[in-house]
Design a protein around this ligand. Structure first.
Ligand code: MG
Length: 253
């Protein structure tokens, strides 16, 4: 009787293990590799660069409410005119009120035609999009510019970390689009990097950065390095040039 009971227990356990095993699936059948859940959420796409239904609109041409001055968190003092937001030279950087982690970010910007006539030609048309307030996707007047910054400082670079795979700059004075796909870094409790940040950049429909591993914060002098941080704002750089922005939206991932 004991033996029979033991045998029964073994058999039941064996069946349980068998039932939980993926190997119970018959991989000669198509349904063995079909997954039903979870269903992806419904997102209604925008048309002609308009935000999709689940996007947070950061600037739609009507007001500067989503932005503050980076230096003192006061109201945004860049210029709002004709549906675009233009850098006010000397005013300083601006950043979103809201903080973000992994995201998809869309923005459009235009470098003025007189940017080349700036006192410092190497600085003409300089701005930038700082992801999480630290990692700069460079904006620069790189259209047929004979005297650009070093290649890892031109438009579409991660400043001083990587040269973009292409120069897809619009003609100076015409609108550019950036579509940025960003994965934030992960840090261990002791502050070391568990996973670095990654960025993909599509500039005017051209892939220029493909899952680039960000080396750390942007350093004008010296080697980049990581310092632990959590969610942080999107910051736009003021570097003396009156660059305009429009149609800025973000999707949290
Ligand atoms: Mg810059």
């Amino acid at each position: 009787m004991k033996k029979l009971f033991f045998l029964l227990v073994m058999l039941t356990n064996g069946m349980l293990i068998y039932a939980q095993s993926p190997w119970e699936k018959d991989f000669t059948k198509p349904e063995a590799t079909e997954i039903d859940e979870p269903k992806p959420k419904i997102v209604t796409p925008g048309t002609n660069g308009a935000p999709p239904s689940d996007a947070i609109v950061l600037f739609n041409g009507e007001n500067l409410d989503s932005w503050i001055m980076s230096k003192d968190n006061s109201s945004c003092r860049w210029t709002l005119k004709d549906g675009s937001m233009t850098i006010k030279s000397g005013a300083g950087d601006i950043q979103t009120r809201q903080k973000f982690g992994d995201c998809q970010l869309h923005l459009e910007f235009k470098i003025p035609v007189n940017a080349k006539n700036s006192a410092n030609r190497n600085n003409a048309g300089n701005s930038g999009v700082f992801l999480q307030e630290r990692y700069e996707v460079q904006i620069f007047n790189s259209y047929q510019n004979e005297t650009p910054l070093y290649a890892n400082g031109q438009m579409g670079s991660i400043y001083k970390q990587v040269i973009p795979m292409a120069n897809a700059a619009s003609k100076t004075g015409e609108w550019n689009t950036f579509d940025i796909y960003y994965t934030q870094p992960q840090f261990r409790s002791n502050g070391t990097v568990e996973k670095p940040a990654y960025v993909t950049l599509v500039h005017n429909g051209v892939l220029v950065l493909n899952h680039f591993e960000i080396q750390g914060s942007i350093e004008y002098i010296g080697i980049p390095y990581y310092k632990p941080h959590g969610k942080a704002a999107i910051r736009l750089q003021e570097h003396g040039s009156e660059i305009s922005f429009r149609n800025i939206w973000i999707r949290e991932l």
